[in-house]
Ligand binder design. Structure first.
Ligand SMILES: Nc1ncnc2c1ncn2[C@@H]1O[C@H](COP(=O)(O)OP(=O)(O)OP(=O)(O)O)[C@@H](O)[C@H]1O
Ligand SMILES: [Mg+2]
Length: 254
C-alpha cells in the first residue's frame, strides 16, 4: 500500500482536483484505491457523490478510534475506487488529535488495518497547518504539492515546504516530496503566458531537487469532467490528462 497526500497550505491550489483525477486514473488501471477526505470542506466527498449520513462513520470516527477503518470505507460509482469520507464535523477532531500528543501518527497507525486491501491511499488535506494536516503528512510515504502558477501559488509553496521541513525535523514526515504540481497554468493557444512561465521558474528555484511536474492547465474542461465524473481522456482531452499520468508514473516508482 502506497500512501500519498496532497498538501498545500493555501486554499484553491488544486489539491482536490489532483486527488480526484489521480484516484480515477489509478482505479481505471485496475489499482485498488482508497481516497481519504481529510478536509472538513468535504469537497472530495462531494465530487465522489457521497454524503455522510448521521448514522454513518467517516474519517472522524476512525481518527477518534470509535470504529475500525473498514467500517468507514464506502464504495463509489467507480470500480476499484473507495472513499473514506468527511463532513463538516471533521473540524472537531483537532482537539482530540492535539490532546492525544501523538496526533501525527494516528492516521498512520489506523491505516495499518487496511494495508492489504489497497494498492494506493490518496489523501486530500485541508489547506492549513492543522492537526488534520499533520496526521495526513504523518501517514504519507510521499506528498504532492499542488500550487497555482501565480504569486499566491509561489508563496503557498514557500509555506508548504517550510511546514514539511519542520515535520521532517520532528520525524513526523519521513517520506519524500514526489513533486510540485503547478495548477491553473494559463496558455493562449500554444503559448504559455509569461506569468505562468515565470512563476513555474520561481518554483524550480525555490525547490531545487524537488521535481516540478507537468502543469495542470487553466481550463473549464476540468470542472466539466469533475461534474460528469469522468476522466479527461474519456471526454476527448487526453493531452489535459497528462499531468495525472505523470503523477501515476511517479507514484509507481515512489
Ligand atoms: N484546470 C483548471 N482550471 C481552472 N479551474 C480549475 C481547474 N481545475 C479545477 N478548477 C477549479 O479550481 C478550484 C480550486 O481547485 P481545488 O478545489 O482542486 O483546490 P483545493 O486546493 O482543493 O482547494 P481548497 O484549499 O479549498 O481545498 C475549484 O473550483 C476547481 O473546480
Ligand atoms: Mg480541496
Amino acid at each position: 500500500m502506497k500512501t500519498c497526500s496532497c498538501i498545500s497550505l493555501s486554499g484553491g491550489q488544486g489539491k482536490t482536483t489532483t486527488i480526484f483525477f489521480t484516484a480515477l486514473l489509478l482505479a481505471s488501471q485496475g489499482k485498488k484505491v482508497l481516497a481519504i477526505d481529510a478536509d472538513p470542506q468535504a469537497n472530495l466527498t462531494f465530487y465522489l457523490n457521497h454524503e455522510v449520513q448521521p448514522s454513518q462513520p467517516s474519517l472522524f470516527e476512525v481518527l477518534t478510534g470509535q470504529v475500525e477503518p473498514e467500517d468507514s470505507i464506502y464504495e463509489t460509482q467507480y470500480p476499484n475506487l473507495f472513499l473514506m469520507p468527511a463532513d463538516r464535523g471533521l473540524f472537531k477532531v483537532s482537539d482530540f488529535l492535539s490532546s492525544s500528543g501523538t496526533g501525527a501518527f494516528v492516521l498512520r497507525i489506523r491505516l495499518k488495518a487496511v494495508a492489504d486491501l489497497f494498492d494506493y491511499v490518496l489523501i486530500d488535506v485541508q489547506p492549513s497547518r492543522s492537526q488534520l494536516c499533520l496526521t495526513a503528512v504523518g501517514a504519507s510515504q510521499s506528498v504532492l504539492i499542488p500550487v497555482e502558477a501565480n504569486v499566491k501559488g509561489v508563496n503557498s509553496l514557500v509555506d508548504t515546504l517550510d511546514f514539511l521541513q519542520e515535520q521532517t525535523h520532528l520525524e513526523a514526515f519521513t517520506g519524500q516530496i514526489l513533486g510540485v504540481v503547478p495548477f491553473r497554468d494559463r496558455w493562449v493557444g500554444n503559448t504559455q503566458t509569461i506569468e505562468g512561465r515565470q512563476n513555474i521558474e520561481a518554483m524550480r528555484e525555490l525547490a531545487p531537487g524537488i521535481p516540478v511536474l507537468a502543469s495542470i492547465r487553466e481550463s473549464e474542461k476540468f470542472k466539466n469532467a469533475i461534474r460528469q465524473g469522468k476522466l479527461l481522456a474519456d471526454l476527448g482531452q487526453r493531452d489535459l490528462q497528462y499531468p495525472f499520468e505523470q503523477i501515476v508514473e511517479a507514484l509507481n516508482h515512489a
